[in-house]
Design a protein around this ligand. Structure first.
Ligand code: SF4
Length: 252
């Protein structure tokens, strides 16, 4: 059994496959909370801080999540959606942290079906969860966007950087790349040192950097600094197309 918070057809907004029409499954729950990203929201009068998908992270929202306890029901719905779309789009499985469910029977059955259909799958993951690729071989056919969290996430390093989980994904998955969300302040302080420290044990993965921002306004505050940072150090700049186009609207 796993939780979905939303599913929708859109265009991948960030990372290596930005611009590709994609069908999104967003799971509920995360093993991190990233209070440093500064999106604020209120639960029963209490102000909390988190990332831009706090509604898919904080269990206070769990009552609005959809429980998936039967893979066939979800697969049948996907078949109908793909038929309406007219082709089998790239799948993006995001969250929250989708790999929290990687060993769940229902979740894995959906992944196996997608792989058997020849559908390209990208996991958007924080890279902290180790996968047993021999026990769950369907993950070998998937792409992993490793959205590692840096100090600006507000999470302790030991929790957000798990080298053995990252090496395992790099060694077994079809493809993986690093993706960092950084802001103008981090560009001036620790961004380069933090990225270099990660590249010491993952030297061969492409690096994408994108600006912090849950809205157009906050992206505008950070994009130029990140753009110049990428030029200076030969990283790839990733924009966040869905926020540029739709601002704070969810489900797009
Ligand atoms: S790891 Fe990602 S989804 Fe989880 S709290 Fe941090 S930014 Fe949000």
């Amino acid at each position: 059994m796993f939780y979905l918070t939303e599913q929708f057809f859109s265009i991948q907004g960030e990372g290596k496959y930005a611009g590709v029409p994609s069908y999104f499954l967003r799971t509920g729950g995360c093993n991190l909370s990233c209070p440093g990203f500064g999106a604020s929201y209120e639960v029963d009068g209490e102000v909390r801080y988190g990332c831009d998908t706090y509604f898919a992270v904080d269990s206070a929202y769990a009552k609005s999540w959809i429980k998936v306890d039967d893979s066939k029901t979800l697969i049948d719905r996907l078949k109908k959606e793909f038929s309406a779309i007219g082709y089998k789009p790239h799948m993006v499985i995001t969250g929250g942290e989708p790999l929290m469910y990687h060993s769940d029977t229902v979740f894995y059955a959906v992944i196996e079906w997608l792989v058997s259909e020849g559908i390209e799958i990208t996991f958007e993951t924080n890279g902290t969860i180790e996968i047993d690729f021999e026990k769950y071989p369907a993950y070998k056919f998937c792409i992993f966007a490793l959205s590692l969290k840096l100090a600006n996430s507000g999470e302790p390093e030991a929790k957000r950087i798990v080298p053995q989980a990252l090496r395992s994904i790099r060694d077994h998955a079809k493809e993986s790349f690093l993706k960092f969300t950084i802001d103008a302040d981090l560009v001036q302080t620790s961004a380069l040192d933090e990225i270099e420290a990660i590249r010491e044990f993952l030297p061969d993965l492409p690096v994408y950097c994108m600006p912090v921002g849950e809205s157009r306004d906050t992206i505008w505050k950070n994009d130029k600094a990140v753009f110049e940072f990428c030029m200076k150090y030969n990283f790839k700049y990733s924009d966040r197309l869905h926020i540029r186009v739709f601002d704070t609207t969810q489900g797009v």
